[in-house]
Design a protein around this ligand. Structure first.
Ligand code: NA7
Length: 533
């Protein structure tokens, strides 16, 4: 077999996770490279360029913490990083640490096969090249495999079709055009108000109503930024000790029923006025007690009804199928207000799904909607999608997709038993998407690079997760999840947005602080649960 490249550590993906991995491993003096399927760096922020794309965690938190110098040098302009600003930040990091020279762009990994005899992964790419590496690090992202629902007669449609997660680099112009947006998750909710400003008519096709809270997005005042920077290490520490990795959201102490109805509403009102995720951090039982959660649901439903003028539309926009926070809570700027505009129409597809495309648009319940552009804001094969897209086979010839046929099984969300020298960054059964991603990424990259360093020092060639420990970890993550309301929702956290996917709640929701303690204990006990040879 012709080997085109031989690398110590092959990192897949040039998002926040891949870039920091490259930086860390290179600092250890190891030969590391990134292979990236896109034409540039940024991962999810490279692909999700749709109008209004913005992080739902404040920029002072959603940024790397590994370098004090970087923290002080970079000046966020927006309270929430907008997609272009986050991409500028990532470009800045790449230049500062000279990362791009070790990244191959426009290369997609097709397969990876572990060969026991040489204790290496043999990886093939879409360019028909073959690479061997000692360690394969999947920094492939949790929301990187866009979902396009199958709707018949798509080839008949004469207009343009977009997906928010595959947005063209040259922004489409919607002026004087009739636009349809399918999907009302975070991407739909962020883009709909902006598209409504230019589109002639905007039709929103809603399958399920979602809870959305005002982001209260603003520019970030310089004084506020500088004040934060002065105390940056304190805020980073607070974030690490929190549940979700966000400094200002510390675990609440009181129950929703420790206060009177009037007091509770005042607390919700304060959180609503503050905006962001604050409402989820008002009471300790919101995500574990149905009745407590319902008080917050009712508060938000009332806000929707107070905002949307047409009673019928307001009712349709009120979520009734899940508890608030159990699906990703959306943050918006004028989402509900948009439905008061005369050029915006809500099409309820909850009972009558979109039937088909026509030459001129879409048909729902025998009504044809005339559209020039159709935008799929229909989400992703989340968490496992980009891992499953690679044909990964272990030394015994077992494919990962077969091994995971009943749902993902991992040790700490970092390794998979039977698949040596293969690491995931923020994989299933780690806090990942239920935390401030960059904090979790840094923690995983540090863990993995320290583990590799430890192996290098001892001249060890192979590491794998022990099945017993993996089983215990999977059991623990399920026990923690089942003590909350999360698994009750039909969400991409559980793979419920894909009919063929095994339904299992994937993130670890025990909190980033507890998770880090568990990982630290594993390290302190000589990498308990890992087997080295
Ligand atoms: P999401 O949150 O998965 O939202 C996808 C939306 O698309 C959701 O409202 C779906 O309804 C809807 N959908 C999916 N298929 C269809 C069909 N066939 N017809 C109509 N509507 C459909 O993805 P996003 O991109 O918005 O957000 C993903 C994450 O990225 C987000 O949490 C942020 O962290 C960033 P459903 O809910 O399945 O009924």
């Amino acid at each position: 077999m012709k080997i085109d490249d031989s690398i110590h550590s092959l990192i897949v993906g040039a998002g926040f996770a891949g870039l920091y991995s490259l930086h860390r491993l290179r600092k250890l003096g190891l030969n590391a490279k990134i292979y990236e399927k896109g034409g540039g760096v940024g991962g999810t922020w490279y692909w999700n360029r749709y109008p209004g794309a913005r992080c739902d965690i404040e920029s002072m938190d959603y940024s790397y913490s590994f370098s004090k110098e970087l923290e002080q040098e970079w000046n966020w302009k927006n309270k929430y990083g907008t997609q272009p600003e986050i991409l500028r930040y990532i470009d800045y990091v790449c230049k500062k640490y000279d990362l791009t020279k070790d990244i191959k762009f426009n290369v997609k990994i097709i397969s990876a096969k572990y060969v026991n005899d040489i204790q290496k992964w043999i990886v093939t790419t879409n360019l028909s090249t073959t690479v061997e590496c000692s360690f394969l690090i999947l920094a492939t992202g949790n929301l990187s495999t866009p979902l396009m629902p199958k709707i018949r007669d798509r080839d008949k449609f004469k207009g343009k079709i977009y997906h928010t997660g595959l947005w063209p680099s040259k922004n489409p112009i919607f002026r004087n055009r009739n636009v349809g947006v399918i999907g009302t998750g975070s991407s739909g909710i962020q883009s709909i108000p902006i598209i409504s400003e230019s589109a002639e008519k905007l039709y929103v096709f809603q399958k399920t109503a979602n809870f959305s809270i005002p982001a209260r997005h603003t520019v970030l005042p310089k004084e506020k930024r500088e004040k934060y920077k002065k105390d940056y290490s304190k805020f980073r520490q607070l974030a690490r000790k929190s549940s979700f990795g966000i400094a200002k959201y510390q675990p609440p102490k009181q129950s929703a029923f420790d206060v009177t109805d009037e007091e509770r509403n005042k607390i919700y009102q304060r959180a609503w006025d503050e905006g962001g995720q604050a409402i989820l951090f008002t009471f300790k039982d919101l995500l574990i007690d149905r009745k407590a959660n319902e008080t917050a649901c009712e508060f938000v439903r009332k806000k929707i009804k107070d905002t949307v003028e047409d009673e019928r539309i307001a009712e349709a926009l009120c979520p009734n199928d899940h508890f608030i926070g159990t699906k990703r809570l959306c943050l918006d700027s004028n989402y509900y207000e948009t439905f008061n505009k005369s050029n915006v129409f809500l099409v309820d597809v909850s009972k009558n799904p979109i039937d088909r495309f026509t030459q001129d648009g879409l048909v729902v319940n025998q009504v044809e909607y005339q559209l020039d552009d159709i935008i799929f804001a229909t989400g992703f094969n989340a968490i496992t999608g980009s891992i499953s897209a690679i044909d990964i086979t272990n030394g015994e010839g077992v494919s990962l997709n077969f091994y995971w046929r009943d749902g993902p099984k991992t040790y700490l969300g970092i390794m998979i038993s039977g698949f040596p020298n293969l690491f995931m960054i923020t994989g299933p059964q780690s806090p990942g998407v239920k935390s401030q991603m960059i904090l979790s990424i840094e923690q995983h990259v540090d863990f993995i690079s320290n583990l590799i360093l430890n192996m290098e020092r001892k001249n060890l060639k192979e590491v794998s997760a022990l099945e017993d420990y993996q089983d215990q970890w999977v059991k623990h993550t399920n026990t923690v999840a089942n003590s909350t309301l999360y698994p009750l929702a039909r969400s991409w956290y559980s793979g419920s947005n894909i009919s063929t996917k095994r339904k299992i709640f994937m993130p670890y929701v025990g909190g980033v602080a507890d998770y880090k303690n568990i990982c630290d204990q594993v390290v302190n006990r000589k990498y308990k649960g890992f087997n080295f040879s």
